[in-house]
Design a protein. Sequence first.
Length: 252
Amino acid sequence: MSEPIFVAFASQKGGCGKSTLTTLVASYLSYVQDIDVLVIDCDPRQHTQKSYRDSDVMVTRENPNYRKTMEKFYEMYGKPPYEIVCTTPAQAIEAAQEKLSAGNSAKIVFFDITGTINDLHIVNLIASMHYLFVPITPETGDMKSSLCFANQVNEEMITTNATSIKEMKLLWNKVPGRVKPQICELIDNYMEELNLSSLETVLSNSSKYFKDGVLTGQNGIFRSTILPPDKRLLKNSNLPELVNEIRKVINI
């Protein structure tokens, strides 16, 4: 049996979509493609993944339609929701290894990491990842921050061959429209000069990525830790394309 792959959506700035991407990709892999995953929630200040899970449970309990959807899904799925473990950056790797040693069959372990690189525990945790995906948005501040972070990781970790990181890709997120605008293409060219590159798939600046059932009523759930995204909302979301491209990168 191959060793589990450690993956993180990471950056040094909040608001670029790390936690949302972690949930979307982990849930799609688990509930649509039936690949066992484990999520390690490493941000003790807010534990976003746990908050998502608590909200998902509440929604399915209080909304009869969603409860019926969940019951029907798990009759076919045949196993419980993927596990979310709350911990700190300093204890994250140990927490993951304990779960895996105890019988968790995850092929991919996602680490939801708080946005900073000025903490030694977080630096060590990032260095322990096998693959990093760095969200980048067209907003000037986010763009600059993501590029600085990726360049720093590349120069101080990847090129030294002293970490576990095999590959890092930037990921365009919150982009107006479904294709890269000119500014993104220009930045991609600049990335090449820094020996960096981005995924081909882009995610648009769409409200559907935040549809978790709390405010959407009967309009379907897209982001959930216990259910797959509503098929009606998958159209033009680029989520299937993103997951398949990530699978090619991490070779699973």
